[in-house]
Design a protein around this ligand. Sequence first.
Ligand SMILES: Cc1cc2nc3c(=O)[nH]c(=O)nc-3n(C[C@H](O)[C@H](O)[C@H](O)COP(=O)(O)O)c2cc1C
Length: 176
Amino acid sequence: MKNIVTIGGSNSKNSINKILAEYVGGLVQNVNLVKVDLNNYEMPLFSVDVEAEKGFSEGVLALNEVIDKADGFVISLAEHNGAYSVAFKNAFDWLSRINGEVWRKKPMLLMATSPGPRGGKSVLEIALGRFPFNGGNIVGNLSFPSFFENFKNEEISNKELASEVKKMISDLEKAL
Ligand SMILES: Cc1cc2nc3c(=O)[nH]c(=O)nc-3n(C[C@H](O)[C@H](O)[C@H](O)COP(=O)(O)O)c2cc1C
């Protein structure tokens, strides 16, 4: 069975991006879902000096191994001041030092959500522009606005968003 790795690009315990990534990942048929919680992968704040002096932490190596085994990704990014959360950027920077092709050219659904109406559009644009330089093979993307209005009772309550997600899932399944 293929491994789909879900990542919420945040270290909040109740991350809405983690909820969205895992929900959407759960819609992919006949796959093994590997749910990454960034809190489970300890790593210091990236610095070239820490890297030179201490090398890679166990957390970075473990996360890199999860990614090595991935056949596809469902990622949803938190937006902090218009950009990646520190936790995600830190992991991304560390991972890129092990293998610049962080996403291994495996098919990816890339999303962002926030409680506000812009739905993390800014961070999504940043990642859409950048990930292809790190082996990103983005087969679908979605900015999911006003999370708490559009995701209720553990499912997508907005019909248009639900149908966009359905289409993305089908594109991901074809690309796997
Ligand atoms: C430091 C900080 C900066 C934020 N900046 C933005 C922002 O630029 N745009 C936005 O839509 N939401 C912003 N938010 C609100 C986040 O979208 C909200 O906290 C969301 O729940 C983060 O996703 P998460 O639950 O997956 O961590 C910010 C929150 C914090 C704590």
